[in-house]
Write a protein that binds this ligand. Structure first.
Ligand code: CU
Length: 168
């Protein structure tokens, strides 16, 4: 099942998820804005942040687990799955990612076609271009059932340019 716009799907449009997304806030021709930013513009510069997906002894993690960004900055996440399992990288608010995780418990075969998510087979690489337009603390997580619980999450801190100094 290809799944677009899971929040709309939560409202009951599961089987029509693709159409629901078209009728959503992104339908006017400009990119859909999320609480944590928007899909990146490939014609604009981006800072590369490499993130590796790893498995340990009963644990799973992202390396690094903390990414700091200046508000307005565009980041090209270069993702590499160094594990033996499939993993995904989903940017969101903590709240959205937990809701989304619950959906995935119910529909483990759910696949994403959202601009804020990438799913990678073992030993594969991928990219995700994202512009962080809002200051705040956000998250990247793997929402495959059991993975977040095993530790597969990281924090994204987006600071206003005025707040990047040392002053308190
Ligand atoms: Cu995972």
């Amino acid at each position: 099942m290809i799944f677009r716009g899971y929040t709309l799907a939560l409202a009951g449009a599961l089987t029509l998820a693709g159409t629901a997304a078209l009728a959503g806030p992104g339908a006017q021709g400009h990119p859909h804005d999320y609480a944590f930013g928007r899909e990146g513009d490939p014609s604009k510069p981006a800072r590369v942040v490499e993130v590796t997906m790893l498995e340990g002894q009963g644990t799973m993690q992202f390396e690094p687990a903390l990414v700091e960004v200046a508000r307005g900055e565009q980041i090209r996440f270069v993702l590499s799955n160094a594990g033996a399992l499939e993993h995904e990288f989903v940017i969101g608010t903590v709240e959205e990612n937990r809701k989304h995780g619950q959906m995935m418990m119910k529909f483990p075969e759910m696949e994403h076609d959202d601009p804020n998510a990438r799913r990678l087979d073992a030993a594969h690489r991928g990219e995700l271009l994202w512009q962080f337009t809002e200051a705040g603390e956000f998250e990247f997580a793997c929402l495959i059932p059991g993975h977040l619980e095993a530790g597969m999450r990281g924090t994204i801190v987006v600071r206003d340019a005025a707040n990047t100094g040392d002053h308190s």
